[in-house]
Design a protein. Structure first.
Length: 86
């Protein structure tokens, strides 16, 4: 069964989603890093500074965590109001 996820509209939201998915999978940063061929410090940095992800890193980490990246048109109601949009 496919789960419906909330949209991610800001880098901060992205970092929180990735971190929550890692923790839900009971993985440490070091374990995730080993799975994706990065250092633990890089995983930590990306969780804290998610605007620094490149597309390859994001897709690799999503894959390792069993996440998928879906892109669609944003509705007006979904637009961020906190000034943190990309």
């Amino acid at each position: 069964m496919r789960q419906v996820a909330d949209p991610v509209n800001t880098p901060k939201q992205l970092g929180l989603v990735i971190q929550a998915a890692r923790k839900a999978a009971n993985l440490t940063q070091a374990e995730l890093a080993q799975r994706v061929g990065m250092s633990q410090s890089r995983i930590s940095y990306l969780e804290l500074h998610p605007a620094q992800y490149n597309a390859g890193q994001l897709l690799q980490i999503c894959s390792a965590l069993g996440l998928e990246l879906a892109i669609g048109r944003r509705g007006v109601a979904d637009a961020p109001t906190d000034g943190e949009a990309w």
